[in-house]
Design a protein around this ligand. Structure first.
Ligand code: UD1
Length: 352
């Protein structure tokens, strides 16, 4: 019988791509989302991202619910009214700059929201969780590549990063408290790109903080130029280096996680990097984007962005060994798919 997955934050960028992957692999999916980072068009019952996901999968969600993890009663009711096998938890605020200005909102949403979810899960004896974590938990790294056994949390530079670290601490302690729990904490490096159809993708509701959506908005003419934050880093071309991972590789990593989490092997807390193991500089991303898509990206090098680190890339061996997963798409694919999405949907999910 098909398993039923509760996906929190399933209308967002990473969530929607994973929901599509799960539907295409015969899982029943219930999505809950509070719509902070999603577009729901007038007269529509569901966010536009999920309407498109259903169309692409040619399959319906089992249920879509608008609601917030801060509302304990709401989550309790989801578990009371539905049989759920596994929870995949994406719902969180994710803007680094905003987290510095609004730490309480970040800790309340990301940490308290998760604790509420865990309390409801415990009540209904649902003990399998895949958590959307981030390479940000490693903070400012002293050694590269970043391997899961390195310390985390100590050098995080902002409340967003600390909130992801705090959730990992909670999850670890929870697993220690009872042998029933199986938790995978997937530490994403820099997810970019879009589904090959170009029908779903990243749709920031404000000025993008992250590199790729800013690049695509410059390419489509929404913004005049990209500002490169720092040209004097200790890297081959002076710009910051990151491990970018194609969103379809990332969603496939979640599928592998779902397939495995029900086995005894995954009892306890397991952090796993999802990255390619290869770093690209900002200038390399721009030049690949330009040659993949035949568009010019005007840019200017400006001061470093506070809190940015020089270089990050994953040790991706554990995911390969334990999940049988490895990233297969390169920077060219990432840039081509990001552009396909943006050029097909210049205003994202909004209609004119
Ligand atoms: C950021 C967050 C990280 C989060 C991740 C989610 C910070 C400090 N970190 O990672 O916690 O998990 O997003 O995807 O914000 N860049 C520019 N110009 C821009 C935007 C970015 O030059 O307009 C550069 C950055 O300096 C960096 C690289 O591009 O070198 C990637 O930046 P970004 O996409 O924001 O990701 P991270 O900073 O790695």
């Amino acid at each position: 019988m098909s398993k039923t997955i509760l996906v929190t934050g399933g209308a967002g960028y990473v969530g929607s791509h994973c929901v599509l992957e799960f539907l295409q692999h015969n899982y029943n999916v219930i999505v809950v989302d509070n719509l902070v980072n999603a577009v729901k068009l007038e007269n529509q019952e569901m966010p536009e991202s999920l309407i498109r996901v259903e169309r692409l999968a040619n399959k319906k969600l089992e249920k879509y619910l608008t609601g917030d993890l801060k509302d304990q009663q709401f989550i309790d009711e989801i578990f009371a009214n539905n049989h759920i096998d596994i929870v995949v938890h994406f719902a969180a605020l994710k803007s680094v700059g905003e987290s510095v200005a609004k730490p309480l909102e970040y800790y309340e949403n990301n940490v308290s929201g998760t604790i509420n979810l865990l309390k409801s899960m415990r009540k209904s004896k649902v003990t399998k969780l895949i958590f959307s974590s981030s390479a940000t938990v490693y903070g400012d790294p002293e050694v590269l590549p970043l391997v899961e056994t390195l310390p985390t949390g100590q050098t995080c530079t902002n409340p967003y990063g600390r909130s992801k670290h705090m959730v990992e601490v909670v999850l670890k302690d929870l697993c220690k408290s009872s042998p029933e729990w199986s938790v995978m904490s997937l530490r994403y490096f820099n997810p970019v790109g879009a589904h090959s159809s170009g029908d779903i993708g990243e749709d920031p509701q404000e000025i993008p903080n992250n590199l790729m959506p800013f690049v695509t908005q410059v390419a489509v003419g929404m913004r005049p130029e990209l500002k490169i934050f720092g040209g004097d880093y200790n890297t081959p071309d002076g710009t910051g280096v990151r491990d970018y991972i194609h969103i379809e590789d990332l969603s496939n990593g979640h599928l592998k996680a779902l397939e495995q989490i029900t086995t005894e092997l995954w009892k306890d807390f397991h952090p796993i990097n999802l990255g390619t193991g290869r770093g690209y500089s900002v200038l390399e991303v721009i030049s690949t984007f330009e040659s993949a898509n035949g568009v010019k990206i005007p840019y200017k090098i400006v001061d470093r962005r506070p809190g940015d680190v020089t270089e990050l890339y994953a040790d991706a061996k554990l995911a390969n060994e334990k999940l049988g997963w490895t990233a297969t798409r390169d920077m060219y694919d990432m840039c081509a798919s990001a552009w396909k999405w943006q050029s097909k949907n210049p205003k994202g999910y909004k209609r004119d």
